[in-house]
Design a protein around this ligand. Structure first.
Ligand code: PGA
Length: 225
C-alpha cells in the first residue's frame, strides 16, 4: 500500500511559481518516490502548466484539483466542472474545512461533488474535521472507498498538529464507517513529524499545506514519511 503524500497549495501560486516548484523537485525527487503516491494540488490556473511540465520531466507526481463544481455543466458562471479538471488531474480534494467554513460548503454539496468526481474518473479525497462529517457522508453516499483526509480545524495552519495517537484513533473510527477508504492526516504536518503520522496503523499518508509550498520542505517531508 503506497504512502500518500499530498501537497496542497490552497490559494497560492502563479503559473510561473508553480512551474518553478515542479522544476526544483526534478533534481532530487527520484530516489524518494519508492512506495509513495505523490500528489500535488495546485490552483486551477496552474493545472495545465503543471501537467505539461510533469510529463515533460517524467516526474512520478500525480495531479489533483482542490475542488470541482457541484454542477455538471452549463449556466454556473465561474465554476469549473469535473470533466474540465479531468483533462489535467486524476484526483480532487473535496470538502476542505476552509471551504466548509468560508464558502458554506455543506455535506450535501460535498456528496454531489463526490458523485461527479467518480463519474469523470477523478479519485475524490474528502476532508473531514470530525466524525459527524464522515457519518453525514455515509448517509448521503453510502459506499466510499477512496481517500478521506482527517484534518482537525485546530491543527490547520497553526503549527499545532494533532497527536499521532489521536489521529490514529479518529482514523480508526473513520475506517469503521468506511472500511475500504484510506485515511490521511492533515494539519501542520512537516518534515519533523510526518513519519509519526504515517507510521500509525490506520493512516495511509499525509496531506500538507503550508510546509509543502517550498519545494525543499516538501522534499524533507518525502524523505521522512
Ligand atoms: P497546513 O494545511 O499543512 O498548512 O496545516 C493542511 C491543510 O489545510 O490541508
Amino acid at each position: 500500500m503506497p504512502i500518500f503524500t499530498v501537497s496542497s497549495w490552497k490559494e497560492t501560486g502563479t503559473v510561473a511559481q508553480a512551474r518553478a516548484w515542479v522544476n526544483s523537485l526534478a533534481k532530487e525527487i527520484f530516489p524518494l518516490v519508492k512506495g509513495k503516491e505523490i500528489i500535488v494540488l495546485p490552483p486551477f490556473t496552474a493545472l495545465s502548466a503543471v501537467s505539461k511540465d510533469l510529463k515533460q520531466l517524467n516526474l512520478p507526481i500525480k495531479i489533483g484539483a482542490q475542488d470541482i463544481s457541484r454542477f455538471e455543466e452549463g449556466k454556473h458562471t465561474g465554476e469549473i466542472s469535473a470533466v474540465m479538471v479531468a483533462e489535467f488531474a486524476s484526483y480532487v480534494m473535496l470538502g476542505h474545512s476552509e471551504r466548509r467554513s468560508q464558502l458554506g460548503e455543506t455535506d450535501e454539496i460535498v456528496a454531489e461533488k463526490v458523485r461527479l468526481a467518480k463519474k469523470y474518473n477523478l479519485t475524490p479525497m474528502v476532508c473531514v474535521s470530525e466524525i459527524p462529517q464522515a457519518e453525514a457522508l455515509k448517509k448521503l453516499i453510502n459506499d466510499f472507498s477512496d481517500l478521506i483526509a482527517y484534518e482537525p480545524v485546530f491543527a490547520i495552519g497553526t503549527g499545532k498538529p494533532d497527536t499521532p495517537d489521536n489521529a490514529n484513533e479518529v482514523a480508526g473510527q473513520i475506517k469503521s464507517i468506511f472500511p475500504q477508504a484510506r485515511v490521511l492526516y492533515g494539519g501542520s504536518v512537516d518534515g519533523s513529524n510526518a513519519k509519526e503520522f504515517t507510521q500509525q496503523k490506520n493512516l495511509s499518508g499525509v496531506l500538507v499545506g503550508n510546509r509543502s509550498l517550498d519545494p525543499n520542505f516538501f522534499l524533507e517531508i518525502l524523505k521522512n514519511v
